[in-house]
Every structure is written in C-alpha cells, then in structure tokens.
Ligand binder design. Structure first.
Ligand code: G
Ligand code: MN
Length: 257
C-alpha cells in the first residue's frame, strides 16, 4: 500500500469527508428488513459521494485502522439508535471489523467496543459484527477467545465474504459465529454456472448443519434470488432490493416498508 493511500485516508478522517451509507438485508421469505449494513463512503471535493474500497484497504494495511473504527463504529451505532427509536426497533445494525483488530490490539478492541456501547447506549443484542476474511487470522486461538468475549457481550458474529479470501473450514470448526455471508463473487455467476450453484447450495446446507444463518450479498436479479431461495438461503442483500443509502433515506424506507 502506497503512502499516498495512507495519507488520503488520514486526511479523509481529519477533514470529515468519510460517511456511512446503510444497505438493508432482507428476510428472503417475507422480504422484511432484518438488519442494515453500515458501508463506508467518501465525499470528494466536488461533493460527490463514492465508495471507499481503497480507503478500507489502506486502513487494513496501515496505522489508521483504530482511528477509522473509532469514528465508524459510534457513527453506525448512533444511526441505528435513530431507527431503533420507534421507527423499526427490531432492525439490527451490521458493522464490519477487520481480522487485524483481533491480533495485537485484542484487548483494546473489546475495551473500545465497551466504551462505544456505553456512550451510545445501544443494545448489543441488536448488533452484528461482520468479520471479513480479506486476510489470514494470524492468531486463531486468541481470536476465538476475543470472539467468545464479544458473544458474551451480546453481539452476533457473522463471517463476511465467506468462500473467498482466507476462509477455511477451520474457521467454521472453531469460531463461535452465528452466520456467514456468501461473497458476491459466488452470487454473480449463479444463473450461468452450475459449479457455482453447487458450491453455494452445499455452503448453505453446511451452514445450516452447523446452526448458522446464511446471507447472500450483491444480489442483482430475480433469477439469482430464486436460486438462493430454493437453496434455503435465509437473508438477501443487494441492488435487487435496495442500494446503500444515507440514514435519513433509510429511516423513510423503513417507515414505508
Ligand atoms: O463489505 P462488503 O464486502 O459487504 O461490501 C459491499 C459492497 O458492495 C458495498 O460497497 C456495496 O455498495 C456494494 N454492493 C451492495 N450491493 C451490491 C450489488 O447488488 N451489486 C454490486 N455489484 N455491489 C453491491
Ligand atoms: Mn460486509
């Protein structure tokens, strides 16, 4: 990662050009919104809002991961408090955490989350932490104990982007997770590729055998949804349902739905 990306991230944090958009995740049977994922966005100089993939990549590899979290997690919890107050109390919030947070900063991750929870007065029973598998978990035993402590605090845990990156069966064997997200890369070819369909169907069965819920992301068309529904997938997220949106739009969306 270049220094340029690191300084871009630093200045986006300092200049308050980061923001969160929120994308609903629906129960595949009823269509009801069950939770909402907080996704990072950045505002350009011309006011345009765009994805912040490069900045989350930079955070993952550089020194600003904690700073980004310290802004992002309270921001997401405050937003959830807005829709949970009256509008849609049962709709959860999903927040993304990086595997790196579970390494040397193990203690501080728990402490930081404890602080944010007490400041924002969010009910942890309504929070899901998505753990991405963009990199290898360097210290799986320590990670398991951190995950256990998070679960004791009431958080639900989902493995994000399951099936890509560094996901292994050992994660399912050892990590106390409640669900997994099938990566968009497996959803896109679902209609045309038999092999992908087999992988997805088998993954859903495996997850259910383990008592886990399954969400598929980046669903863009009705055919993909049909296959996922028939395979028993629990939850659905993607442009077919709704795009990520600012919290005010989301609150109106939840009121109307
Ligand atoms: O953290 P995660 O890997 O879940 O990232 C989700 C990203 O995918 C977000 O940036 C979001 O805007 C984008 N996204 C959400 N729904 C869709 C979709 O249906 N299709 C595509 N191509 N991208 C999507
Ligand atoms: Mn995610």
């Amino acid at each position: 990662m270049t220094d340029r990306k690191q300084s871009e991230l630093r200045s986006a944090l300092d200049d308050e050009r980061l923001l969160l958009h929120y994308q609903p995740i629906h129960d595949i049977g009823s269509g009801r919104v069950v939770t909402v994922e907080a996704l990072l966005r950045q505002r350009d100089d011309d006011g345009e809002v765009r994805g912040a993939h490069e900045l989350t990549d930079a955070a993952e590899k550089g020194p600003h991961l904690v700073a980004l979290d310290e802004w992002m997690v309270p921001e997401a919890f405050h937003a959830a408090a807005q829709w949970q107050k009256g509008v849609a109390p049962a709709v959860r919030i999903n927040v993304n955490l990086s595997p790196r947070e579970f390494e040397s900063e193990k203690e501080s991750l728990i402490e930081r989350l404890d602080c944010i929870v007490s400041e924002t007065a969010i009910d942890t029973a309504h929070v899901t932490l998505e753990i991405t598998e963009t990199r290898y978990f360097a210290e799986p035993e320590k990670t398991v104990s951190t995950l256990d402590r998070l679960k004791k605090r009431g958080f639900q845990l989902w493995l994000d982007d399951f099936g890509s990156g560094h996901s292994t069966m050992a994660l399912l064997q050892n990590f106390p997770v409640d669900g997994l997200k099938i990566a968009g890369g497996f959803v896109k070819p679902l209609v045309t590729d038999r092999r992908t369909r087999s992988i997805v169907t088998a993954t859903i069965r495996l997850a259910h055998e383990l008592g886990l819920k399954v969400v598929a992301e980046e669903i863009e068309d009705a055919e993909q949804l049909k296959i996922l529904r028939e395979a028993g997938c629990d939850f659905a997220q993607g442009f077919l349902f709704s795009k990520p949106m600012p919290v005010e739009t989301l609150v109106r969306f939840l009121q109307a739905s």
